[in-house]
Design a protein around this ligand. Structure first.
Ligand SMILES: Nc1nc2c(ncn2[C@@H]2O[C@H](COP(=O)(O)OP(=O)(O)OP(=O)(O)O)[C@@H](O)[C@H]2O)c(=O)[nH]1
Ligand SMILES: [Mg+2]
Length: 301
């Protein structure tokens, strides 16, 4: 069994930089990390990659051979990867024994909420190699500076979560730059917690383009709230504390924190479903305190 992350998000949201920074951080805390580049358009990789899709198929070849543009070419490459999943499986087999895996995916978001190839690749790997993966969905924090773009980011995050069906963490990336886009209409908590989107309506009305779609946007916001699935955490990839907090969240979501627990699943569920010792002690402590207080009270009398 191996643990890892599927790093996805719109173009330029920081996926490749994230894989680089995250692998450095994880190595610093003592994990063996393998970064797998599944973006055939990634030509200048900042990290040393353990597996590179370029060794299987090159985007430039696909575009030339099939007269496709870069986006069509990428869909073709994902399709080709799915058909040749054995190639990827054989490359990953020696790594899964002791490595933590980071998958760097392309930024074409339609691959993750519309087409099924990328999802099938992930699902096949999970099944064949017994992987525990979390989808880390990066969205540029810049989108918070415009209410219309923010609603799009929410919709994209929701559709990706529903499509991929993986443990999922949405991240507002490049949070260090947020102040450079001017003052936000709300506190950052509003954008990360996604609690009450009705507050956005006033701001959407200020823009004549968005006010035209007021009713549609209102309905979309209601859909997002009804599902109640989307929230964000923030990330500045150069800040160790920020990366560390995200690692804690990811470790909880894919079960890495339980990796050290010995014993079978049955034993584990016995512990999980067992009586809560701490509750007993808490009650006992409260009772003790209560009795002492009463004693003092009686003495003072
Ligand atoms: N300030 C800041 N810049 C960042 C951060 N993360 C990424 N960047 C910058 O954002 C730009 C795009 O980053 P990439 O890692 O190439 O983004 P990507 O999502 O892999 O892009 P595609 O693969 O083309 O979809 C680069 O110039 C990075 O240096 C961050 O946390 N803070
Ligand atoms: Mg990239």
């Amino acid at each position: 069994m191996a643990y890892g992350q599927v790093v996805i998000g719109p173009p330029g949201s920081g996926k490749t930089t994230y894989c680089d920074g995250m692998s450095q951080f994880l190595k610093l805390i003592g994990r063996k990390v393998a970064v797998i580049n599944l973006d055939p358009a990634n030509d200048a990789l900042p990290y040393e990659c353990a597996v590179n899709i370029e060794d299987l198929i090159k985007l430039s070849d696909v575009m030339a051979e099939h007269s496709l543009g870069p986006n069509g070419g990428l869909v073709y490459c994902m399709d080709y990867l799915e058909k040749n999943i054995d190639w990827l499986q054989s490359k990953l087999e020696p790594l899964v024994k002791d490595h933590y895996l980071l998958f760097d995916f392309p930024g074409q978001v339609e691959l993750f909420f519309l087409h099924s190839n990328a999802k099938k690749v992930i699902m096949k790997l999970i099944k064949k190699l017994d992987l525990r993966l979390t989808a880390v969905h990066l969205v540029d924090a810049h989108l918070c500076s415009d209410p219309g773009k923010y609603v799009s980011a929410l919709l994209l995050s929701l559709s990706t979560m529903l499509h991929l069906e993986l443990p999922h963490i949405n991240v507002l990336s490049k949070i260090d730059l947020i102040e450079s886009y001017g003052k936000l209409a709300f506190n950052l908590d509003f954008y990360t917690d996604v609690q009450d989107l009705s507050f956005l309506h006033y701001h959407l009305d200020q823009d004549p383009r968005s006010s035209k779609y007021r009713k549609l946007t209102k309905e979309l916001c209601e859909v997002i709230e009804d599902y109640s699935l989307v929230n964000f955490t923030t990330l500045d990839i150069q800040d160790k504390e920020s990366v560390g907090n995200l690692v804690k969240l990811i470790d909880k979501s894919n079960g890495y924190i339980f990796a050290g627990i010995e014993g079978s699943a049955v034993e584990f569920s016995k512990i999980a479903a067992g009586p809560l010792d701490w509750d007993y002690y808490r009650v006992a402590a409260v009772q003790e305190k209560y009795m002492k207080d009463e004693e003092n009270f009686v003495h003072n009398d």
